[in-house]
Design a protein around this ligand. Structure first.
Ligand SMILES: [Zn+2]
Length: 104
């Protein structure tokens, strides 16, 4: 998969996760402050992350790290051994930093 494709997938998933913030706000019956989304679209502030569930936070960090690798031109290569990560694996886990061997 190309870095551009990966980036689109990662950004879409990121939006989805950040969309959870609105739902959390609804459930609490409190409006989500307007500046949250702006803050979230910049870098993740801790206060924004704390509003997300733990697994969502973890995923968001992985996505941000993957996006940083796209920008650095390192996306699709294992951060441990430098080997190319198989396309099939990236399709399943677009935010993975590891090849199949190193993830085991
Ligand atoms: Zn590896």
């Amino acid at each position: 998969m190309t870095p551009e494709t990966a980036k689109n997938i990662l950004l879409a998933r990121r939006d989805e996760l950040l969309g959870n913030l609105d739902r959390i706000g609804d459930e609490l019956d409190e409006p989500v402050p307007k500046d949250w989304e702006d803050a979230a679209s910049e870098r993740q502030g801790d206060e924004v992350l704390s509003a997300l569930g733990h697994s969502d936070q973890t995923e968001l960090r992985r996505i941000d790290a993957a996006l940083a690798r796209v920008e650095a031109g390192e996306y699709g290569h294992c951060v441990t051994c430098g080997q190319e990560i198989a396309d099939k694996r990236l399709e399943l886990l677009p935010d993975t930093p590891f090849c199949g061997n190193c993830a085991r």
